[in-house]
Design a protein around this ligand. Sequence first.
Ligand code: CA
Length: 235
Amino acid sequence: MAVRGKVLIVEDDRAISNFIRRVLEANGYEALMVHTGREANSMLSSHCPDLVILDLGLPDMDGMEVLRSLRRWSLMPVVVVSARTDEREKVCALDAGADDYITKPFGTSELLARIRTAIRHTRTTGGSETIARSSRFTARGLTIDYDKYRVYIDGRDANLTQNEFKLVALLGRYAGRVLTYDYLIREIWGPNKAYDNQILRVNMANIRRKIEKNPGEPEYIFTEVGVGYRMIEGD
Ligand code: CA
């Protein structure tokens, strides 16, 4: 099997870093492990991995420092591992340039999904190239037609408004990845509406009524409580 990518694991908890390494190696990735922020900083520049899995609670420094210093010179994808349930911290990490996060305890499929998505988005420069080529996103019964500005559910037009379409289109472009409330609001309504979560909640409720079989248990667009929304990975 060809190596699918080189992943640097920055995690001081040996049980967790060994678990991550086993999962990665069993799935065709090359895994490198370090346990401190200092080691991380030197490995990042010397080994240029395809992706970094970064624990925020490191013994010698905050993982956020590693992230901030990395972002000064590199866009390599970073998935943050957080033991903390503090949503503000996750938002902070995303704002500082993390591509996604995963909360302990996590399972194999969740870990692999985050890694796959983060690597895919770098390789296609933000995912927009894939879309440009196909101009269509599909996941199960959902189809986003980027040429016609339409969303279909099982072939039936969901009749989204313009802003509803923009929201779904944006989430589809970054499918599998969390997009923060703040980011979505700025992209759709502009900076003046920033932090006005109500407008987003109302639009999302309407979208769900139109595209989900059961809006209370969505199968296409998931809520990341306190952080944002995530579109299911495409087919
Ligand atoms: Ca830790």
